[in-house]
Ligand binder design. Structure first.
Ligand SMILES: C[S@@+](CC[C@H](N)C(=O)[O-])C[C@H]1O[C@@H](n2cnc3c(N)ncnc32)[C@H](O)[C@@H]1O
Length: 265
């Protein structure tokens, strides 16, 4: 069992970062805003952020059994990675070598655990939709970041039709439907966790005031379009295709499928 949290050679608390704005830090104008690209652009985007802010200490929230970066990648990019999860058992399945931080991102964080440490980048992939209290989670991110540090959440968003259904229907039903479409969605490989979608929106108009109120100086939301889990039924297929084209053309963020929600302290 690795130590609950142990960082050696922590960067000085209060480290400041270059003053570029978030769109240039994230390279957001170059990201293709289609659903598939939400997945494939994640690594290059995070790598870019790490390079731009010269991140040395990175925390992945809800890394679970599949941390997003390998140890080799972290070493190549020059940062130390701490992996978090609410469930210590999930982290036990993860590759060895990373620092572990077991806590609920949406509950009070005992700062003594971190011994004054602050992170340059805190990111998550497919986690914030499972958090009941997004305000508390983003407040914790703000507290745990160094000045100028970046919080980054890759989330599925409302009101994309499959996620509306997932929000409304009972978990055992959506779990069974998901397993029919994707055989890796089982408790051994990729378990399904209950989803609430609190503040999982692609609308910057909606999220910017929320993040500013928490204390972030800057916020950016990159939306992605294209209904995931596209139905293979002929007529429905055409209906969804037309719907997705309309949303993309008019940047209808209410119906975006995924978003990168990025905020700077
Ligand atoms: C859908 S999995 C995603 C795992 C990993 N990020 C990935 O993309 O493969 C969600 C993970 O978030 C964790 N999680 C859920 N709520 C959390 C919370 N409040 N604080 C920290 N982790 C949480 C779960 O235990 C689970 O490991």
């Amino acid at each position: 069992m690795p130590p609950a949290f142990a960082l050696h050679g922590s960067p000085p608390v209060g480290r400041h970062h270059p003053t570029d704005t978030l769109p240039s830090i994230a390279g957001s104008d170059r990201i293709v805003r289609q659903t598939e690209s939400a997945w494939t652009s994640l690594k290059p985007t995070l790598e870019r952020v790490i390079g731009q802010i010269q991140a040395k200490s990175v925390l992945e929230i809800g890394a679970g059994r599949h941390p997003f970066f390998s140890m080799e990648e972290a070493q190549r990019l020059g940062f130390r990675l701490t992996i978090n999860d609410i469930d210590a058992a999930e982290l036990d399945y993860a590759p060895r070598g990373f620092d572990h931080l077991v806590l609920d991102v949406a509950q009070d964080v005992d700062r003594r655990l971190l011994d004054g440490h602050a992170f340059d980048l805190i990111f998550s992939r497919m986690v914030f939709e499972h958090v009941k209290d997004a305000r508390k989670a983003w407040t914790n991110l703000h507290d745990l970041l160094a000045p100028g540090g970046v919080g980054f959440a890759f989330v599925p968003t409302l009101y994309s039709p499959p996620f509306v259904l997932n929000r409304l229907l009972p978990d055992d039903l959506t779990g069974r439907a998901l397993r029919l479409m994707d055989r890796t969605r089982n408790d051994k490989e990729i378990p399904k966790f209950p989803a609430y979608y609190d503040a999982c929106r692609a609308s910057e108009t909606r999220l910017r005031p929320f993040l500013k109120e928490i204390g972030f100086s800057e916020a950016l939301v990159v939306p992605f379009y294209g209904t995931p889990y596209f139905p293979r039924i002929p007529v429905l297929r055409q209906v969804f295709r037309a719907f997705d084209m309309l949303c993309t053309r008019h940047d209808l963020r209410t119906f975006a499928s995924y978003a990168y929600i990025i905020a700077r302290k």
